[in-house]
Each structure stands twice: as structure tokens, then as C-alpha cells.
Design a protein around this ligand. Structure first.
Ligand code: TPP
Length: 406
């Protein structure tokens, strides 16, 4: 089991547990460097999943970097598409693409978009990012494997906050009904989501019992203990007559003390100073060519700007907002109007706001930000948009004015 040449069946490279540990550490460094170069992205969850990524891409999954669409390859689905940089580094370290190219993360026209795009980068199985859908896609891929009599395995990486999505449980039901012993779910149990602790936003525990009651085999491990990670992935891959889910206990932001276990690092990227501090902590300052990665991103962006500028219509005067004195406007993101309006009009006792774990970004939390007494009318629903929308219908039916957004 490992990176293979499918034409000969030979193993191209096999990693020992110590080599995997080292690769995961290095991948964390590259992750932070490319996030820094992009100026945005998700540090917390990409760090928590990195040991599993290294084990899967460098050891457990059968795949061939020279033939990404080899029909018998194992499939890896990233239901948590926001962890795309980990996926790209898994592929890069396995030899699917040059590691330094990942510095083009989130740049226009590159294969390394903020969320995975399967048509842009060989090795990316499906485009993801809308939470809750990956396990259903994985069920379909596993069913297709059964229909074709193929022996490949399908791995699906999910988040613990993501378990709030009802669709996951529909997929879990389907997987056991169809005895998909070729399907392996992996839950990155880092106990945090965007709005805070999973247990506060919308408790999903006891997850093990839930999956067991849905007919799955459950393996719970320390997701940062490489021996345990490899052992569980190999055991799950061997199959046991039913779908297997690995509950990996992890730490969000793992490896960097000032990022660990902090919800604020969910959707943040480090600045240069933070990057240097993180690399020093990981003890890999000399092994990650961060300046080169930053330069690759910077020079690429210069070219993007030049090409965009060439496409812009040119006029005798510059009419762009705020470019001249007579075009002065106050610029505010439109989403801020949403929160502002709720802050201004939220005293109406009928107004009830439903939180869907993205409250700060869409500013719905401005509803109670300066009026804590309104918290009584703030209801956290988790990442469960479909049910929350129907719950809003129920609230409205009883004469309330529900507001929700995602
Ligand atoms: C359907 C959907 N709703 C909301 C989001 C916005 N979103 C992106 S990541 C995230 C939190 C995910 O938490 P978790 O699954 O625990 O992932 P992790 O903490 O490991 O990053 C949310 C709400 C989304 N991408 N898709």
C-alpha cells in the first residue's frame, strides 16, 4: 500500500512512521507559508488534518502521481473543502504536482483555488466546499466501485462541526444499508468550528454511538499519533463488512502554540511575522523556502494585475471609485448592511435571529453585539441550513420574524 506505478504495480516510495511524522511537520510549514502568500485561508483546520493527510497520501492510499486517473486508485474526497491547502500539499508531497506551485494558492487562473476544483488539478477527485455533501458523493463513488467489481477504497474527510449537516446522516444511512465496506469516513474532531466550540454551537456528541447506531464500525484515535493514524487507516482499508468511520481526536491549529485550540484561527492566515514565529516553533525555518514561496506568489500576482489591467476599458479620465476627488464614496461591504439593520431594528420582540456558524462573517451577530439582552432571541442552529430554514418557517407561522443567513 503506497504511492505506486500502476503500469508495473511497483511501489514508488514507502514511508516509515518517522518519515511520515517529518513529512507532516514540513507540510504544516508549507501550509502556513502558502497561506501567508495568499493573504487568506484556513490555518486551523489545515493544521489539524495534516498528520492524516500525510499518512493517507504518502502511505495508505494506492495511487499513482504519474497517472492520476488510474481506474483502480483509491479515492479521497475532501468534504471539508476549505482544507484545500492540505489536499494540495498531500498531492504535492506525493508527487502529483511541484510543491512550490502550491504558493499560487487562491490566485486567479491557477489550479490551487481556495476550494478544490477537480477539473483544474489532477488528483483532486471532486470539487467541494459546501459542507455536508462529501459523504454522499463518497457513497456514490463506493457504489460505483461495487457495480464495477473494483477493489478501490473511498476515503471521505469531514469536520466535526460538519456533522451538524443532516445530509451526512442520510449518507450514513445509505452507506450501511448498502453494506459499503469499501467506504471509510474520517472525522477531524478538533472540537471547534467558526462560531466557537462544537458543543456550544450545536452539540453532535456522542458521535461514536450515532455512527454505530447507523450500522458503522467506529475507530477512535489520537489524530496526531502517526502510529495510530496509519494503523487505523490500514485497518479501515482492509474492510470489515460494513462502512468504517475513524474519529480522529485532533487540535485545531496543531503545531503552532499561538494558533492551537483557538476558533479565531479558523479562517485566518498568518502574516509574515507570525509565519516566521510558527516555522521557528516547528523547527523547520531552514527547510521551508518561505521567501521563495512568497516571491512566486508576488510575481504571479503582478502578472495577473497586468493582464487584468490590459482588459479594463480605458477612458480619458479615471472614473474608478475614490480615484479622484469628485468620485469620493464611503465603501462598505453590502453584508454589513444586514448586521446594521438588525442592530438598528432588533428591539422588536418578534425578531429572532438564527445563527448558522458563520455569524461574524455575515454580521448577523451585530443583532446582539451591543445589546446582550437580545441574546435570548439569538438561537444557534449549527451548520444545518436546511433544517434551520424550516425551523424559521415554524417560527414565522407562530407570528415571529425569524432572520437567518449563511
Ligand atoms: C453548507 C455550508 N455551510 C457553511 C459553510 C461555511 N463554513 C466553512 S467551514 C465551516 C466550519 C466547519 O467546521 P468543522 O466542520 O468543524 O471544520 P474544521 O473546524 O475542522 O475546519 C463553515 C460553517 C460552508 N462551507 N458550507
Amino acid at each position: 500500500m503506497a504511492i505506486k506505478d500502476f503500469t508495473t504495480g511497483n511501489i514508488v516510495r514507502d514511508y516509515s512512521v518517522d518519515q511520515l511524522k517529518d513529512a507532516a511537520k514540513l507540510m504544516r510549514g508549507y501550509d502556513l507559508a502558502v497561506l501567508c502568500a495568499a493573504g487568506s485561508g484556513h490555518a486551523g483546520g489545515t493544521l489539524s488534518i495534516m498528520d492524516i493527510t500525510a499518512a493517507l497520501y504518502l502511505k495508505v492510499a494506492d495511487h499513482d502521481p504519474k497517472n492520476a486517473s488510474w481506474p483502480d486508485r483509491d479515492r479521497i474526497i475532501w468534504s471539508t473543502g476549505h482544507k484545500a491547502p492540505s489536499l494540495y500539499l498531500g498531492l504535492a508531497f506525493a508527487g502529483f504536482c511541484p510543491v512550490e506551485d502550491v504558493a499560487l494558492l487562491r490566485k486567479l487562473w491557477t489550479p490551487y483555488q481556495g476550494h478544490p476544483h477537480w477539473l483544474k488539478l489532477p488528483g483532486v477527485e471532486v470539487s467541494t466546499g459546501s459542507l455536508g455533501q462529501g459523504l454522499s458523493i463518497a457513497v456514490g463513488i463506493a457504489l460505483a466501485g461495487k457495480l464495477a467489481g473494483k477493489n478501490y477504497r473511498t476515503f471521505c474527510i469531514m469536520g466535526d462541526g460538519e456533522q451538524q449537516e443532516g445530509q451526512i446522516w442520510e449518507a450514513a444511512m445509505e452507506a450501511s444499508h448498502h453494506k459499503l465496506d469499501n467506504l471509510v469516513g474520517i472525522v477531524d474532531c478538533n472540537h471547534l468550528q467558526i462560531d466557537g466550540k462544537v458543543s456550544d454551537v450545536m452539540n453532535v456528541d456522542p458521535l461514536d454511538e450515532k455512527y454505530r447506531s447507523f450500522g458503522w464500525e467506529v475507530l477512535r484515535i489520537d489524530g496526531h499519533d502517526m502510529q495510530q493514524v496509519v494503523g487505523a487507516l490500514e485497518k479501515a482499508k482492509a474492510g470489515c463488512g460494513k462502512p468504517v468511520v475513524i474519529m480522529a481526536e485532533t487540535v485545531k491549529g496543531k503545531g503552532v502554540s499561538f494558533m492551537e485550540d483557538l476558533a479565531g484561527w479558523h479562517g485566518r492566515s498568518p502574516n509574515l511575522e507570525e509565519l516566521k514565529k510558527a516555522l521557528a516553533e516547528l523547527d523547520i525555518t531552514d527547510r521551508v523556502p518561505y521567501q521563495k514561496l512568497l516571491d512566486i506568489a508576488k510575481f504571479y500576482q503582478v502578472e495577473v494585475d497586468r493582464r487584468l489591467d490590459a482588459k479594463m476599458p480605458k477612458f480619458s479620465r479615471n472614473y474608478w471609485w475614490n480615484s479622484t476627488e469628485n468620485m469620493r464614496v464611503k465603501m462598505e461591504p453590502t453584508r454589513k448592511g444586514f448586521g446594521q439593520s438588525l442592530a438598528n431594528n432588533g428591539d422588536d420582540e418578534r425578531v429572532v435571529c438564527l445563527g448558522l456558524d458563520i455569524s461574524g462573517s455575515i454580521t448577523i451577530s451585530d443583532f446582539y453585539a451591543s445589546k446582550p439582552e437580545r441574546k435570548r432571541r439569538w438561537i444557534s442552529m449549527g451548520i444545518a441550513e436546511q433544517s434551520a430554514t424550516s425551523a424559521a418557517a415554524g417560527l414565522a407561522k407562530e407570528g415571529l420574524l425569524p432572520v437567518l443567513g449563511t
